[in-house]
Design a protein around this ligand. Sequence first.
Ligand code: HEC
Length: 97
Amino acid sequence: MLLPVASSCGTSSALAADAGHGADLAKRWCASCHVVASGQAQASADVPSFASVARRPDFSPERLALFLLDPHPKMPDFPLSRTEAGDIAAYIGSLRP
Ligand code: HEC
């Protein structure tokens, strides 16, 4: 199941991020609460899936990467580097329809 990732890589792919690496990180760090990929069984019921996050009209990988550097209160602290946050954001961006 390959997605046309290139479609979202316009002029300057600002973070030069690696969505494949981001997918690995998401499965490792986020899948206990979030549905991070299609095909994954439901995680926590009240946690948005990454696909639904990506579908929001105001979604932007840059904003998401910043969001991830400042973990949300219900999330445990993640030792994410700036690069890793960018990679996860790029992965979530690649889920955009
Ligand atoms: C311990 C459970 C848990 C883990 C692990 C977790 N999250 Fe979350 N996440 C939540 C909950 C709960 C919410 C719902 C928002 C809230 O109420 O704080 C959420 C919301 C989000 C949102 C949406 C915020 C919004 O705008 O609504 C994003 C994006 C997100 N998480 C990304 C991640 C990423 C990326 C990871 C892995 C690095 C991760 N989360 C790991 C529990 C978790």
